[in-house]
Every structure is written in C-alpha cells, then in structure tokens.
Design a protein around this ligand. Sequence first.
Ligand code: SF4
Ligand code: SF4
Length: 467
Amino acid sequence: MPASDFRDHIATADEEGRRKWIYPRQVDGRFYRWRTWFSWLLLLIMFGGPFVTINGNPLLLMNIPARKFAVLGQIFWPQDMIIFAVSILLFFTGVIIFTAAFGRLWCGWACPQTVMMEMVFRKIEYLIEGDAHRQRALTAAPWNAEKLGKRLGKHAVFFALSFLVGNVLLSYIIGWRDLWQIIIDPPAQHLTGLTFMILFSLLFYGIFARFREQACTFICPYGRFQSALLDENSIVVAYDHKRGEKRGPLRGGLKAEARRAEGWGDCVACNQCVAVCPTGIDIRNGTQMECVHCTACMDACDNVMDKVGRPRGLVRYASLNGIERGEPLRFTPRLKGYLVVLCVLATVLALMIFTRADVEATLLRAPGSLFQKMPDGRYSNLYTVRLVNKTSHDLPVELKLESPAGSLAVMGQGGTVAVAQKLMQNSILVELDSTAMQPGTTPVVIGVYSNGKRLQTLKTAFVGPRN
Ligand code: SF4
Ligand code: SF4
C-alpha cells in the first residue's frame, strides 16, 4: 500500500474490502521477552482469579443475573449504584490520564485480547504451522494429509483453549462453585448455563482463530478514541523519522558515516518492522489507529540496527516532541488537570467505600394496601422493608418506631436476622394512636438497629383519614 493513502485504507483489507490475512513473522528481542514474562504473570492472575477469595468473598465477581458484584473482596449491591458510578468515572479518568501520558501501553502489555492472541494463540500457531513463510506456504498448498493434520490439530487446540477461556469468564460471572455444579450436574438442570458455556467458547474461538486483530481495529472503542487523547507529548511506539530518513537499502560496504554523507538515514528499508506487525501496518507512516503498541516492530528494528552497526531505538517508545525536538516526557497542564480530577474522584470513592453502611434498608408502603382502623381505635399501615446485609456475617437486626408514638411489628418469619450477603424482605405493621396522627399523612421515622447500634434511619409517610 502506498504511504500516501495508508490513512484511507486499513492494512487488513484489499480494494474490494476483502479481508487480507496477516501472517506476522515471529519476533525475538528484549521487549518480546519482557512481555512474555509479564504475560505469564497476567495469565496466572486471569486463570487463578476465580479461585481467590478475600475475607471469604471473591476477588472479582460480576454476577449480573443475581445482581451481585465483588471487587477485591468487597461485595457491592445494586444499592451501591453511586459507588459504581464513581468507580466508572474514576476508571475512565485513569484511562484518559494513562493514555495521554503513555499512549496504548495497556493494549500492548496487559489487554487480555493482546495477551491471549499474541502470547498464547499465536505461539501455538507458530508451534504447529511454523513461522510466517511456512504459514503462507501451508495456506497456498493443496489439501493433503499434512495440511489437514496441521489445520485440524491447530483448530482443535484453539477450541479447547477457547472453551477454557470461556469457562474462566463464566466463573467471573457466576463464581467457580456454580460453574462446577453446571459441569457435574446432569445437563438438563443447567440448560442456560450450558448455553452460555458454548456461546462463550464459540465467541472466543471466533475471535482468536479468525477475527484476531479486527477486534482491536473495529470493536474496541479504546483504539478509536485514542486519537482524541494523544498529544505531541504522549509516549507511543514511534519511528524516529529524523534519524531514519531518507530510507534506503544498504549498499555493499558503505559505512554509516558515508551513508549519512550521501543523505541516507538509518532506515535500511528492510521492512522487518512491517513483517512482524500483527496488524499489518507500517509504523514508519506514523501513529495509526490499528497500532496496538505490541513492541514487535521495536524488537525487529533493534535486531536490524544491531546487524548494521547502528544504535538501537530507531523504532522506540517516544513522543512526537521527543523525536522532533529531543524533549523528555513533560507533565503538561492537561495531565495535571486530569490528575487533580482523578485524585478528587479517588478520595470520594474511598470515603464512600469506607463509610458504606453494613446494612442497607429501604422501606415502601405495601402496594395496594390502605390504612386500617383497629378495634381499639388506632390506625395501621402495612409496609415492605428490604434489608441488604453487605457483610460476610449474619447480623441481628431490630426495627424500632422512633416517632411518633405507636408500635411496630415485623410480620412473617425470620425477620430478626439479616443473613450475610443476602437480601431480606419482610412486611412490617405500624400502628399509631389517632391522637399522634395528622390529617391525611403523618411523617414516620423508623430506626434500623443491630446489637444496640443504630445503623440507619428510615423516613416514610403514614396514611390516615383526612379529618
Ligand atoms: S525495521 Fe528498522 S530499518 Fe528496517 S524498515 Fe523498519 S524502521 Fe527501517
Ligand atoms: S506498529 Fe509496531 S507496535 Fe504497532 S502493532 Fe505493529 S508491530 Fe505492534
């Protein structure tokens, strides 16, 4: 693709829009080795996470059907929606700051998609089908026993791994114990769970076996809005055009100084940086939406520079200002502003989490109920109380009518203990003497107590006759 129209076309499609399959060459180098070690750590966390508990609660749980969420062992309920909203704001502010300063470092080093694709599935592909040129040859070859064996073997391993990844995702949603029940119980008992197990497996198989870099280019919004977040001080994977241009192939025996004197830069136009790129782009064209900052081109170019006796880093982590003016990373006013917002949000979130009530109660008038006049002349209203115990232990709970004078009775069974991490719902009957009532509605205050300590005060209206 000519350099002039690279921003109008993506590298993975031809003029008719048909997919161009990328065969990235296997790379070796210091960044690849560091990323490999880091990915092992991340994979350990990713696959081990569902089995880790803190104070008996999961490390991470996103049980949307049961509306139960856990982060770092803290259980969150739908009633904690404000904490959730602040967490989301904090997350996005963090992403903005991080991207403004360090570009897409996350994508290349820690994104589960890149880690699984480049460090697991791609390596298996190299192992079974060989490096890029062998893969190309295998694709072009007629179907024979070797091709059939390799392709079947590869896709069988891919599907098995996708099944594993799908189950890990499922265990972050429903917990590994529920997942285990789905596995050991008769299939008819868990049709929904089994359906999701198959769907997730097929989804990951589709992504890692076929869709691949298209997920980063078309689906992931992060890559799309990075152009709005980056500025000339952001650190990105960049080609040093000042040092590299004018690019041109090595001519026999010409030393670097002589090359420079003839107007040539350090880039020897070997295209190795393009050959290793899993998104098929040429980093020498500048920062591009498709680039996932996987560092492969940095390693490839460093290897070339070693061979031609030039310093490493022609393709490196650098900012535009760093390349053009030699400026180091600057803490810009924009970054400072983001950081202040981040600190404020983090403080608000910490306060909300640490002052969060152990038990949260909500009180509603029982739907469709009217006030009742009792034989002794008093009036009664029926309410529904919902109690969420957010702790990991059962709590005795008592409801007291604080004002006005009257009585409160908990109806139904098991109304005095809020079971750990459960939502309890019960009916309560409030009776007021007519002398304590106002015409129409009377404000009522109810205290929620546990072990003699008031946890919450509930306010509601008591409906009575208008006169
Ligand atoms: S690998 Fe380095 S020297 Fe080779 S084309 Fe890319 S930037 Fe130029
Ligand atoms: S341009 Fe370099 S860092 Fe970006 S995706 Fe391609 S190989 Fe990875």
